[in-house]
Ligand binder design. Structure first.
Ligand SMILES: [Zn+2]
Length: 314
C-alpha cells in the first residue's frame, strides 16, 4: 500500500499520491532507487494505486477490491515487468511487450510497464523504448527504475519525470522494532538474524537494567552481558546499539523524532531521569570506550570500566 511509505519516502509519496488523487500522472517515470531496500514494492504499490478502480471513491489505498488482489497475486495482465535477461535488457523483450499491449484487450483503464535496472537497456532496446516514450499512448504508463539515473541514457532521462527515493539508512519502517535496529546497525557481520535479534534485545535490556540499578549492575555483568556478548565483533555491534539508544533517548528529550527506536516507557523513563548533559556525557563515554575494543580488551573488563565510567567513579 502506498500509504505505508508516507514516513520512509515522504516527498515522493506526496508527489505520487497527489498524482493519483488528481488523476494527473506522467506517462513515464524514472525512479532512482538510491539503495532504498523496498523500492520494488514501493513501485508496485504505486502501480496498484494507479490502476485501482476504487481509488477515486476512497482516496485511500484500497484494501479489498478484486483487482488489487489479482495484482498482489502477480497475475494481473496490465502490469508487465521487464528485467535484464542475462546481462542486458534486449530489444526483443520490449518488442514482445509492445506486441502484447497492442493485441490484448484492455482490462481496466490503464496499462503499466515497469523496467527494472533501466541502465541495463542495450542500445537497440534503448532506441525502441525511446519511440515508446516519445509517442505515449493515452493509457500506457512507463515506470523505469534504476540505482543511479546518471547511468541511464540522457535521451531517456529527458523524457521522464524523475523521482529520487531516499536511501533507507535511518528511516526504515519495519513493524518489528528489533528487526529495524538490526537492519540499520548491521554492518558486515557474520551473525545470523536470530542471533542478532537475541543479542540486540539483551543489549537494550542491559542499559535499561543499568539505568535502574547503576553500580549494582557490576554484580550481574556475567548474567546480563557476558552470556551474550563476547567476541570483538559482538562488542562492536553492542556498542553501536548502546550509542544509538542513548542518541534516541536524547532525541526524545529534545522533542525530536527518534532515528531508530520507537518511543516506549524505558526510553521515557531514562530521558526523564537524565539531564541532557548527562545523556551527552554517556554517549561520549561509550564512544571513547568503544575504541578499546580494537585492542582486544576483555569483554567483562570493558563492561566494568563502562559502568564505573558512566557512574563517574573513574
Ligand atoms: Zn483496489
Amino acid at each position: 500500500m502506498l500509504d505505508g511509505y508516507q514516513n520512509t519516502q515522504p516527498i515522493v509519496y506526496k508527489i505520487l499520491k497527489n498524482a493519483i488523487i488528481d488523476d494527473q500522472y506522467s506517462h513515464a517515470y524514472l525512479i532512482e532507487t538510491g539503495g532504498f531496500y523496498d523500492a520494488f514494492n514501493f513501485v508496485m504499490a504505486f502501480s496498484k494505486s494507479l490502476l485501482c478502480p476504487l481509488k477515486k471513491l476512497t482516496k485511500e489505498n484500497c484494501a479489498e477490491c478484486h483487482q488489487c488482489e489479482v495484482i498482489d497475486s502477480g497475475n494481473f495482465p496490465e502490469i508487465e515487468i521487464i528485467a535484464p535477461d542475462g546481462l542486458w535488457i534486449k530489444k526483443e523483450q520490449l518488442q514482445n511487450l509492445q506486441k502484447e499491449f497492442n493485441t490484448k484487450a484492455l482490462i481496466g483503464n490503464k496499462r503499466i510497464y515497469i523496467i527494472n535496472q533501466t541502465e541495463k537497456l542495450n542500445k537497440s532496446a534503448a532506441n525502441s523504448i525511446l519511440k515508446f516514450l516519445e509517442e505515449p499512448e493515452g493509457n500506457i504508463i512507463a515506470i523505469l527504475m534504476t540505482d543511479n539515473i546518471y547511468n541511464v541514457l540522457s535521451t531517456i532521462r529527458s523524457r521522464c519525470q524523475i523521482l529520487r527515493l531516499k536511501s533507507s539508512n535511518k528511516n526504515i519502517d519495519a513493524s518489528n522494532p528489533i528487526q529495524k535496529i538490526i537492519k540499520i546497525i548491521k554492518q558486515e557481520n557474520e551473525m545470523d538474524d536470530e542471533t542478532l535479534e537475541l543479542k540486540t534485545s539483551k543489549v537494550i535490556e542491559f542499559i535499561n537494567y543499568y539505568e535502574k540499578n547503576h553500580l549494582n549492575t557490576l554484580l550481574y555483568i556475567g548474567k546480563l552481558w557476558n552470556d551474550y556478548i563476547n567476541s570483538k565483533e559482538e562488542l562492536n555491534y553492542a556498542y553501536e546499539i548502546m550509542i544509538d539508544y542513548y542518541k534516541d533517548i536524547l532525541n526524545y528529550k529534545l522533542n525530536k523524532a527518534l532515528d531508530i527506536f520507537e518511543i516506549n516507557n524505558d526510553i521515557k523513563n531514562i530521558a526523564q531521569k537524565n539531564t541532557q548533559e548527562e545523556i551527552c556525557e554517556k554517549i561520549n563515554k561509550l564512544v571513547e570506550l568503544k575504541e578499546l575494543i580494537k585492542y582486544n580488551i576483555n569483554s567483562s573488563l570493558l563492561m566494568d570500566k563502562l559502568i564505573m565510567s558512566l557512574e563517574g567513579v573513574i
